[in-house]
Ligand binder design. Structure first.
Ligand SMILES: [Zn+2]
Length: 267
């Protein structure tokens, strides 16, 4: 290598080195900028973020966290929280879900996705038409007593096949399907006497019936609901829009509670 070649080699090396430094700095500053955004009060406000510990401690904040997550989802601004390998590893030693969801098995009603929540956030029971029986009750009691989850949301959805079957009442349904139809039947019968769309009304009434049933369920849920230590509400998910609407019938006339309340009507 002659002196000129040596110099060219050295200069080229320096050029690559400085380019790398500049690029690295730029990358780091972008990353830092992003972190600053994520941590800022404004970013949290813009994305309807509710502190997880607050949501776990207070069911009214838990409700606000769910409505905020659903807002992000419907606005195509989901942040997909708590879904990284480090968190999954951390959760292996224990869970503290901030809400329990009793939803339909329908493949289009995935609670974590529609509420934009992550691993360890939601304790979930899913059956067709969110019909509940002994095992479901035990699961809900476990969620409250052992996991300290203070909010139960019964989540129905539009165009629910199980509710539709309870309205149409097919003759001799096979296997255990009759148990689903029988459980939803009171809502279906009442809806037929109401003005408006029978299926929509039956879906809403079914959720309200299920909420009322859980509020009266002895011995664990009824007592704690009456004492204001557990909040049980109902909602309907719209398959077409992705929006969850909490039913006002289940948000009114709630028992006195020691939890600090705030607006839970989703306005
Ligand atoms: Zn359904």
């Amino acid at each position: 290598m002659n002196p000129l070649q040596k110099l060219t080699f050295l200069l080229t090396g320096l050029l690559f080195l400085s380019a790398g430094l500049v690029f690295g700095q730029k990358k780091n500053s972008t990353h830092a900028h992003k972190l600053a955004l994520v941590d800022s009060a404004q970013w949290r406000k813009d994305n309807y973020i509710v502190n997880r510990d607050s949501a776990f401690a207070n069911p009214y904040f838990a409700l606000q966290k769910l409505t905020g997550g659903n807002r992000r989802f419907t606005e195509s601004r989901s942040i997909y929280p708590r879904q990284n390998p480090a968190l999954i590893k951390k959760l292996a030693s224990g869970q503290a879900p901030f809400a329990t969801i009793v939803g339909c098995s329908d493949s289009r009603v995935s609670a974590e996705i529609l509420f934009d929540q992550g691993f360890g956030d939601l304790f979930i029971v899913r059956t067709a038409g969110q019909v509940m029986a002994e095992a479901s009750y035990g699961t809900l009691e476990y969620g409250f007593l052992a996991l300290k989850t203070k909010l139960i949301v019964v989540l129905g959805h539009t165009n629910c096949g199980a509710v539709d079957a309870a309205i149409k009442r097919p003759e001799n349904p096979p296997g255990h399907i009759v148990s689903l139809i029988n459980a939803i039947k009171p809502a279906a019968i009442a809806a037929k006497k109401m003005p408006g769309n029978v299926l929509d009304n039956a879906i809403r009434l079914n959720v309200i019936n299920q909420v009322n049933h859980l509020r009266q369920l002895e011995p664990v849920l009824s007592k704690n609901y009456e004492e204001g230590k557990l909040l049980i509400v109902g909602a309907v998910y719209d398959l077409g829009t992705g929006k969850v609407t909490f039913l006002k019938e289940t948000l009114e006339h709630l028992p006195a509670t020691a939890f600090a309340r705030h607006d839970i009507t989703g306005k």
